[in-house]
Ligand binder design. Structure first.
Ligand SMILES: C[S@@+](CC[C@H](N)C(=O)[O-])C[C@H]1O[C@@H](n2cnc3c(N)ncnc32)[C@H](O)[C@@H]1O
Length: 343
């Protein structure tokens, strides 16, 4: 080892700082125990917050002090905390709330999956499947409470970004019938239908428990009553709506390996031979943000998915009879990949 490369004590300290899995779990328990909801717009001493939330004051103080380091909550004076702009987002029902996303990152099943990362690296299998011997989607269907947190998290994420993604592709307005495959509880499709009133009908396709949750959403009622939104439960590998102008997916291609994505694309190509396909996905390149790298790893740990490069997307579309015609940037980390059927 050259002298210039001899690690100093500060290097060892810097590395050890990275080793604690604290931030994600502390954010998650803050959401689960409703700390930000109870604080709302006032400052409270730790003891009082602990008694209002049924938590242990000593442990609560540690959680809050750690999070305040990163600007989640603010310590206004010793042992007195208030919400910060970031911690307000842990409140449920708050604009751009990330309440369910925060709860999701602390889910026991997700930590079990992370715990199998070493085996995943050795075998290429998702840690989740090693730990539970089933797919995440089957697991979530059989554990409705976990499923609701997952769907709520997808919704938090979509709600914060859907308008911006939808606005980046005015061509949506040229469609009469759009189908959103694996559309979750309908936030993205709802945003597309609202922004482009000329679209006659949007068909939301997802698994039955997710569609049930979409059906219960009061904010989607007007679109359902106007019959502009149709809810369809089922397995998109078995069945997709026919005679559609535009298929959309968001965060679905990155959830599956190439074989599954190609199978889905071919099914669309058969039943709507002229329809275009518009996928909202992250695209991996040399400048990918840390957020995207994190996401890529989460995909491997949970479901054998991958964030692909533009060339990989193009090859995947081509293998299923589509040409990747445009990659449209949005004001978010998502790009819109437009693909049209090959002649
Ligand atoms: C990562 S989530 C994305 C949800 C939504 N598109 C969004 O961006 O918020 C993937 C969705 O695919 C759905 N899904 C998974 N397997 C499916 C299948 N075989 N058929 C239909 N939907 C499926 C899941 O239930 C989930 O809602």
């Amino acid at each position: 080892m050259g002298e210039n490369h001899a690690p100093g004590a500060e290097d060892a300290f810097a590395l050890s700082q990275l080793m604690f899995p604290t931030t994600a779990m502390c954010i998650s328990v803050a959401a689960r125990h409703g700390l930000a909801d109870v604080l709302a717009d006032r400052a409270l001493p730790v003891d009082e917050l602990a008694s209002l939330t049924g938590t242990d004051p000593t442990q609560l103080g540690k959680v809050l002090r750690l999070l305040a380091e990163d600007g989640v909550f603010r310590e206004v004076r010793a042992d007195v905390f208030e919400n910060s702009p970031l911690s307000h987002l842990l409140r449920s029902g708050y604009p751009r709330s990330q309440h369910f996303m925060a709860r999701l990152v602390g889910s026991g099943w997700l930590w079990d999956a992370w715990g199998r990362l070493a085996e995943g690296l050795a075998t290429g299998r998702p840690g989740f499947e090693i730990a539970y011997d089933t797919s995440l989607w089957r697991y979530l269907s059989r554990h409705p409470e976990e499923g609701q947190v997952f769907n709520g998290a997808m919704n938090d994420f979509s709600e914060a970004l859907s308008d911006l993604v939808a606005a980046a592709y005015p061509e949506f307005g040229e469609s009469e019938i759009i189908a959103d495959l694996g559309g979750g509880t309908g936030t993205y499709l709802g945003a597309v239908l609202t922004l482009y009133p000329g679209i006659r009908r949007g068909i939301l396709v997802d698994l039955e428990p997710v569609i049930e949750q979409a059906r219960a959403r009061a904010d989607l009622r007007p679109l359902l009553d106007q019959q502009r939104l149709q809810l369809t439960s089922g397995d998109f590998f078995e069945n997709v709506p026919a005679d559609v102008d535009t298929y959309v997916v968001k965060q679905v291609m990155h959830s599956w390996d190439d074989l599954h994505v190609a199978r889905l694309l071919r099914r669309c190509r058969i039943v709507s031979p002229r329809a275009r396909f518009v996928a909202a996905e992250f695209v991996r390149d040399a400048k990918s943000a840390r957020f995207v790298k994190n996401f890529d790893l989460v995909m491997s740990v949970t479901m054998n998915g991958n964030i692909r490069s533009e060339a990989q997307y193009a090859a995947l579309f081509r293998s299923a009879g589509y040409e990747l015609t445009r990659v449209v940037p949005t004001d978010t980390a998502f790009s819109l990949l437009e693909a049209r059927p090959l002649a």
